[in-house]
Design a protein around this ligand. Sequence first.
Ligand code: B1M
Length: 210
Amino acid sequence: MDAYDALRAAVIEGDDLTARAATEELLSAGHDAQALIRGALTPAMDEVGRRFEAGEFFLPEVLVAARAMKAAQELIQPLLARSKTPPRGRVVLGTVAGDLHDIGKNLVAAMLCSAGFAITDLGVDVSPDRFVAAVGAARPQIVGLSALLTTTMPAMQQTIEALEEQNLRADVKVMVGGAPLTGVFAARIGADGYAPTAAAAVNLARELTP
Ligand code: B1M
């Protein structure tokens, strides 16, 4: 088993100590932080999601996997943020109101950060008003909305409407993502773009900030 396999397996098994050790080993061997996200953390969490859907995993297993992923991410994040060049653009990011899922959103934040964007991460369960306040204060080029529940998808539209009501919509591009979304839904609620994965979010953010 190579170190990538070890990191993937540790996250899937929820072994945070091994996840941390495998991450340290890969980073000190010169592996790129972004490659760890693409090659180990994202596939591991995809597999956790698959096992949960298949009834092979239950919530406790999912939660310890998420904890193991965060242990690895804590080591990776500072490396992604360490850049002396001015940011390519500013992104305000959050999981919409009523929704507590943040694993995918955190991966998006990490990938955007490593692509040179400055991120204001508002966390989870972010109300339209909080998005509006953050956009007003940070004046980002992009606001990114994440949702994992079909029941919280309408909060994306409410957030866009709140930006319109405060006359902020014209100055900011809205990017949306999350497993239950589609491009058709994104277009229907008036978003500027939809990205199905964290890697696609980086490409979309680049397109939206030419
Ligand atoms: Co939840 N959950 N969950 N959950 N959970 C799902 C989403 C679900 C599909 C599971 C299922 O029932 N099959 C289901 C939703 C069903 C639906 O809406 N139709 C569900 C449910 C029902 C619930 C609860 C209601 C369960 C309950 O309490 N009865 C509850 C809701 C809590 C709430 O939010 N209010 C709940 C709770 C939880 C946990 C807390 C246990 C945990 C979240 C932990 C955390 O995030 N810190 C959890 C988890 C982990 C999952 C699953 C298993 C995995 C989600 C995940 O992290 N995937 C999920 C089942 C599944 O997806 N197979 C499930 C890995 C992650 C890397 O992928 O988040 O899709 P994803 O992100 C991807 C892309 O979508 C994209 O990039 C990421 C990386 O490539 N992306 C963006 C995401 N955001 C983006 C934003 C962008 C661009 C791209 O631009 C801004």
